[in-house]
Design a protein around this ligand. Structure first.
Ligand code: NAD
Length: 395
């Protein structure tokens, strides 16, 4: 290049000047490229709450115009976001999580935030708690049956809806089946209709294994096990699954996750279910926990952060599908008691009470489908998960 310039410009001085100008131009271009992400960070930091948006709008616009630039807009999502979502979307993907202030939903929100999603939460705080809300998610305190939910969709236009809000108590569903159906069926329907109307691309639905399969014919129960709900809660969850699949047939992608017994930090120790939370709370308060029956009944305990990870994988899966989210392992209630007593240094035996009628005696769910479909398996061993839960309850 020096020889060419020398010929063109004639003198060494002019050559030096030309090279200097060229260098300055190159430095200016490099600086502009380097500070671009920084200016985006500063803009995000200064954005008012509720208006915050993780992506540089200019980069987003260019990503729309030039598909190859999507990676530039959000390199974290490269190789992760399903191709059908790649086709039309800007990033970060926006996900609306219903029930995001609840036990499982709040962990799901944390996992999405961690992965770089833009997260919106709708929760009416009936059982959810404000302090479980991730500060990086926008929160709408609202019932999923509320007609104002349309306004949330109008404003946020989520790419994905993750539906965790529910009337989740089996006993309450028996006492008031109409209320259970109102929240779990009519609420779900309201949400799905809005999702369809506002172009949501995918719905992820939190369903249940045990309450849907009923008394298991085989253990572990796989997804083709007959569904024989024993209570209105299982019936309404089953109806929710059918509606999700119906809307899936109208062009929305879908994922249904049938959870086993989820346990971990933030579980309500005053609920009817959730032996881990109930036992831990009692032991730490120095009270003897009550076991209904002789404690040899079994459940499949899955740690809440594993469940949250399954939600992210299901969101990013290219295939619609349904899977148990479980360990496949049966654990007796007596074993859970022993582990927790060890972690909390609780010395007393439990109080044994008569078995409750209508409860399944043994259950575990087959998790192989989740592995085939999502590459998901439970990572957290029971002893470890119980220790983490005790640590959280101690705080
Ligand atoms: P949770 O009660 O902690 O969470 C439910 C959340 O939904 C709460 O934050 C509550 O305030 C909110 N909510 C309830 N009704 C609402 C309404 N009408 N509008 C808006 N928000 C509403 O319960 P969880 O154990 O975290 O359960 C979450 C989901 O997982 C539920 O759909 C439940 O059916 C499902 N599930 C849970 C388990 C489990 O082991 N905990 C097992 C299977 C399935």
């Amino acid at each position: 290049m020096g020889e060419t310039l020398r010929n063109m410009l004639g003198t060494p001085r002019l050559l030096a000047l030309g090279e200097a100008v060229l260098s300055i131009v190159l430095i200016l271009i490099a600086t502009a490229v380097a500070i671009r992400p920084l200016t985006a960070v500063v803009r995000r930091a200064l954005a008012p709450r509720g208006e915050a948006h993780d992506a540089d709008p200019q980069v987003q616009r260019r990503a729309l115009e030039h598909p190859q630039r999507r990676e530039e807009a959000h390199p974290r999502h490269r190789d992760k976001v399903p191709h059908d979502l790649h086709a039309i979307h800007t990033y970060p993907m926006k996900v609306l999580v219903t029930g995001g202030a609840g036990f499982i939903g709040s962990h799901v929100v944390d996992a999405y935030v961690e992965e770089g999603y833009d997260v919106v939460v709708v929760d009416n705080l009936t059982t959810g708690r404000r302090e479980f809300l991730n500060p990086r998610a926008r929160f709408f305190e609202m019932d999923i049956r509320d007609s104002d939910l349309r306004g949330v969709f109008e404003r946020e236009r989520p790419d994905v809806v993750n539906h965790h809000a529910a009337q989740a108590s089996v006993t309450a569903s028996v006492d008031d089946p109409a209320h259970d159906a109102d929240v779990n069926i009519m609420g779900t329907l309201n949400l799905l209709e809005l999702a369809k109307a506002f172009g949501t691309r995918k719905i992820v639905f939190a369903s249940t294994g045990g309450a849907i399969y009923g008394d298991p014919e085989r253990i572990p129960a796989d997804e083709s096990h007959p569904t024989r709900p024993l209570a209105p809660y299982g019936i309404s969850k089953m109806a929710g699954e059918f509606y999700v699949r119906f809307f899936g047939g109208l062009g929305m992608s879908w994922a249904i996750l049938r959870y086993a017994n989820v346990y971990g930090p933030r579980q309500d120790p005053h609920g009817e279910a959730g032996v881990v939370a109930i036992f831990t709370n009692a032991m730490l308060a120095g009270n003897r926990p009550k076991i209904f029956g002789d404690g040899t009944q079994t459940r499949d305990f899955v740690y809440v952060e594993d469940v949250a990870r399954a939600n992210v994988l299901a969101t990013e899966s290219e295939e619609p599908g349904l899977a148990n989210i479980a360990t496949g392992v049966e654990t007796t209630v007596n074993d859970v008691y022993r582990h927790l007593a060890e972690s909390t240094q609780f010395r007393d035996p439990p109080v044994y009470a008569p078995a409750r009628t209508g409860e399944v005696y043994r259950i575990a769910l087959d998790p192989r489908q989740a592995d085939d479909w999502l590459g998901w398996t439970a990572d957290v061993a029971l002893a470890d998960g119980l220790r983490r839960t005790v640590d959280w309850f101690r705080r």
